[in-house]
Design a protein around this ligand. Structure first.
Ligand SMILES: Nc1nc2c([nH]c(=O)n2[C@H]2C[C@H](O)[C@@H](COP(=O)(O)OP(=O)(O)OP(=O)(O)O)O2)c(=O)[nH]1
Length: 127
């Protein structure tokens, strides 16, 4: 089971979503940015590191949501979501195809990585 963190970054009531590139697993699917937890790393430290690496964005974690496991057939992930706020302004994409700041009611229109759908629903029910 691969432990993966992801960030639901909220700013001015908009939510940051990112589209995976053609070169990544789940190509062109939308996700909450994040990545795999390394050995001896907390989930929170992983997420702050990954968002800095992938988006050049500094975040502050505000709360957590329930983790969800998903079976992609050849591997399983445990996706661990956190709600966060940006502490810096600019986003510079290092891996993703693109990103968007969406209203809550736009979230369900995206072609999500399948593991994220439960997390989108949890977020919409709790915020
Ligand atoms: N980061 C992230 N990964 C997700 C989400 N939903 C989802 O199914 N995944 C999957 C895609 C990948 O198979 C795995 C995370 O890999 P990753 O590619 O983002 O992580 P990474 O940068 O640490 O790893 P790597 O590509 O260098 O192998 O989890 C999500 O919302 N965020």
């Amino acid at each position: 089971m691969i432990q993966v963190t992801c960030a639901i970054i909220v700013k001015d009531e908009k939510v940051l979503v990112a589209q995976r590139s053609e070169l990544m697993k789940q190509p062109l699917k939308w996700e909450f940015p994040g990545g795999k937890v390394e050995a001896n790393e907390s989930a929170e430290a992983c997420l702050i590191r990954e968002i800095q690496e992938e988006l050049s964005l500094h975040i502050e974690i505000q709360s957590s949501l329930p983790a969800h496991t998903y079976d992609y057939g050849t591997f399983q992930i445990n996706l661990i979501p956190f709600v966060a706020k940006p502490l810096s302004e600019q986003i510079v994409l290092k891996e993703h195809a693109t990103y968007a700041w969406l209203n809550r009611d736009e979230l369900l229109t995206l072609d999500w990585a399948p593991a994220d759908i439960a997390i989108v629903h949890d977020f919409l029910h709790s915020y």
